[in-house]
Design a protein around this ligand. Structure first.
Ligand code: MN
Ligand code: MN
Length: 294
């Protein structure tokens, strides 16, 4: 692990949290929010580790605006973004109540308190199940459920989801936490506590570099290999570089088996979902990289 790069990515993430919180207002286009966050990440010397997720209400995750998106910020908005420095990522999220709803505020508090408890609990030798148990306990104390099929995750260089997963409930797997870089992300909902695969998100990841016949698809594939490697990217980014013909090329790459296309993750009972997330480095000490004091 490269501690210096991990801490640098985390420091930018903390600045972006502050920037995004002051930027986002009700009825602002999601497209504008995503572009401003991602431009600011670059300005601060990082790169987006994945497309900014701006998921509203019952969409728990994996909504990123398309190049022509017209959705305006409203409801219970999850702002989930990542920064990487040479493939070492900081992954963080917060939720905003844009409709002055008591329930939204309670959901946000439940997710945040669960995250705080999880950060307190994680250390070398504790288990992933123990962290999940504590998350579940806090969220249930608010009379909500965690989303059980979404989880935190270990991160390695150029790999956002690698190694261990950190459940949001006690899954009885009892896997020990070792030194590593972990994202912890509780989700709280008054609903069933499960998500299903919804519409295609426009978020993709490279899974195979095999040759593709169409010249535009080949250009896009080479660009992906160079720019994103195995980190997620989105159609909006490629439209910026290649114009709207990128959409055609992406379809060909998906059909050819080069790309995995992520789907939007929607709460099964269509209830609202709040999320909180931080990245924690476990080495000889514990550092919440996305909330460093400096
Ligand atoms: Mn995240
Ligand atoms: Mn994450």
């Amino acid at each position: 692990m490269n501690k210096e790069k991990i801490l640098k990515a985390g420091k930018i993430a903390k600045q972006i949290r502050k920037f995004a919180k002051s930027l986002i207002k009700k009825d602002m286009p999601l497209l504008e929010i995503a572009n401003k966050i991602e431009d600011k990440i670059t300005e601060l010397g990082g790169k987006p580790a994945f497309p900014t997720n701006l998921s509203i209400n019952d969409i728990a995750a994996h909504y990123t605006p398309s190049h022509d998106d017209e959705t305006l910020a409203h409801g219970l908005l999850k702002v989930d973004f990542g920064i990487h420095v040479d493939g070492w990522a900081a992954d963080t999220a917060f939720s905003l109540d844009l409709e002055d709803s008591e329930q939204n505020k309670k959901l946000i508090e439940a997710a945040e308190k669960a995250l705080e408890k999880a950060i307190e609990t994680i250390k070398q030798g504790t288990t992933t199940s123990e962290i999940g148990k504590q998350i579940n306990k806090i969220i249930e104390s608010y009379d909500f459920s965690p989303i059980i099929n979404l989880s935190g995750h270990e991160m390695k260089q150029h790999e956002l989801h690698a190694g261990l997963t950190i459940p949001n409930f006690d899954d009885n797997k009892n896997i020990s936490i070792n030194k590593g870089l972990y994202a912890i992300e509780p989700f709280a909902t008054p609903g069933n506590g499960k998500v299903y695969d919804g519409k295609p998100s426009g978020i993709y990841m490279l899974i195979n570099e095999k040759n593709v016949r169409s010249p535009i698809a080949r250009d896009i594939l080479n660009h992906i290999i160079q720019e994103y490697q195995t980190l997620p990217f989105c159609s909006r980014w490629l439209v910026k570089t290649f114009g709207t013909k990128a959409l055609f090329g992406l379809k060909q790459l998906e059909d050819n088996g080069n790309l995995h296309h992520f789907q939007q993750l929607v709460e099964t009972s269509h209830n609202k979902v709040a999320q909180a997330e931080h990245t924690v480095l476990i080495s000889d000490e514990k550092i919440v990289t996305t909330n460093q004091i400096y």
